[in-house]
Design a protein around this ligand. Structure first.
Ligand code: 3BY
Ligand code: FES
Length: 434
């Protein structure tokens, strides 16, 4: 019998295939009946059917932040990333780009690479040793007597990738949304001066949160809860997300200090030719974005107790440490801080409807020497603490959503970005379900 190529299959409907029609109809109904201005109904956080729909409608259809090139600096370096049941290999190639392949062996489906990261020449499946080259072509399959076995039909399935300003994005859709190119044109000039290509990883933290991925994203998109972040409030003005008319009396003085620092930062950015304007298109673009440069309190350089730099080496060709932070929020699964002395990237990897991996990576200049130029504990302290505090908030919300008396609550003005995230999510899901 000859073994030939199977007919190509598209992603659409693969994860929800086989689910009872009634479960799908009920879920569609929930999307259609969403109450604007209010949090989502409980099943969006707890129902395995909706989780599968999210994996299809969002994670199989959109551009996702996977890693930065600092995580795979040399040809052959790779990371594996998992979005629910979707496992991808992101491998640095000889041309300076990346090859993204599904981490599913074409023999009987075993995971090919099992480590989170590493360096490899060929990719060898551990089950029956089918071997793929770095392009994903099947180059070796020891199968005695298989005369008509055409290896060229069984390469690893490929996914799309883009590298923008050193950030690697992946998309497994057959035809990825094209407006990502426009979004990259928006953020590229803000991030390029920080030059990720000339950074290295100082530390990476993986934390598992017992909460739905959307609760993790919602929590990131507001600072209404920032009283719960005492370490962060030393440098990030706790007035973040407020407007003139919503500043509470106890934050009036901070508000004024923030305004003054904004004026100074704007002037400094103009002097250095760094883009400063806020771009906020979180639910008005398919590849939703918010990007801004924001001053930091104290010395205004970094996320330390007094705002002083945490690494002595400036990034890229920057000429000043006092650049506050360039903050970028991208739908659906990432956010970033670009400072003069370091960069922090955050990526959200859903695991199940009630479990999510949050990966935080701190990057410093590649010539910065640990111990001399930076101290890992000091560098990571503020966001490690903030992440732990955020995990507790997310888990409390997941517990609430799972309880029978949960009811949707109203978003406050300072939570407009949470609402934008939810608008983006429901719009994308409705398009997908249509
Ligand atoms: O990541 C941000 O931009 C901030 C930090 C705290 C809450 N969040 C809106
Ligand atoms: Fe990979 Fe058999 S499943 S070689």
């Amino acid at each position: 019998m000859s073994v030939s190529a199977p007919a190509p299959r598209t992603q659409k409907g693969r994860l929800t295939a086989g689910l009872p029609a009634e479960a799908l109809e009920n879920a569609k109904e929930l999307f259609n009946n969403r109450r604007a201005g209010y949090s989502l109904e409980a099943p969006f956080y707890t129902d395995p059917t909706i989780f599968k729909m999210d994996m299809e409608g969002i994670f199989s259809n959109h551009w996702l932040f996977a890693a930065s090139i600092a995580e795979l600096p040399e040809p052959g370096d790779y990371v594996t990333v998992e979005y629910g049941p979707i496992s991808l290999i992101v491998l640095r190639n000889d041309e300076g780009g990346v090859n993204v392949m599904h981490n599913v062996c074409r023999h009987r489906g075993a995971r090919v690479l099992t480590a989170d990261s590493g360096t490899t020449g060929n990719l060898v499946c551990g089950y029956h040793s089918w071997t793929y080259n770095s392009e994903g072509d099947l180059i070796h399959a020891s199968a005695p007597g298989e005369m008509n076995f055409d290896k060229s039909c069984f390469g690893l399935k490929k996914a799309h990738s883009r590298i923008v300003a050193g950030l690697i994005f992946v998309c497994i859709a057959d035809e990825p949304p094209t407006d990502f190119d426009e979004t990259s044109k928006i953020f590229e000039p803000y991030l390029a001066p920080h030059d990720i290509a000339r950074t290295k990883i100082a530390y990476q933290q993986n934390i598992i949160e017992e909460g739905n991925w959307k609760l993790v994203m919602e929590n990131n998109r507001e600072c209404y809860h920032c009283d719960g972040h005492p370490e962060l409030a030393c440098s990030l003005f706790p007035t973040w997300g407020l407007t003139e008319d919503t500043v509470p009396p106890h934050l009036e003085e901070v508000w004024e200090r923030n305004k003054e620092s904004e004026r100074a930062l704007e002037e400094r950015c103009r002097r250095y030719g760094l883009p400063y304007e806020v771009v906020e298109e979180l639910d008005t673009r398919i590849a939703g974005i918010r990007i801004s440069r924001e001053p930091l309190d104290g010395e205004g350089e970094s996320f330390s107790p007094d705002g002083h730099r945490l690494s002595k080496k400036l990034l890229g060709d920057l000429r000043d440490f006092r650049l506050g932070r360039c903050s970028m929020h991208l739908q659906p699964n990432s956010w970033f801080h670009f400072l003069g002395d370091h960069i922090v990237t955050f990526s959200v990897f859903p695991i199940t409807e009630g479990k999510t991996l949050v990966r935080t990576t701190w990057l410093v200049a590649d010539d910065a020497v640990e111990g001399d130029d930076y101290d890992v504990e000091a560098l990571t302290h503020t966001w490690k603490q903030t992440n732990i505090q955020d995990r507790a908030f997310v888990e409390l919300c997941q517990q609430g959503a799972a309880s029978p008396n949960y009811e949707q609550g109203p978003y406050m003005k300072s939570e407009y970005q949470v609402e934008a995230f939810i608008n983006w999510y429901t719009q994308r899901m409705q398009e997908h379900l249509a």
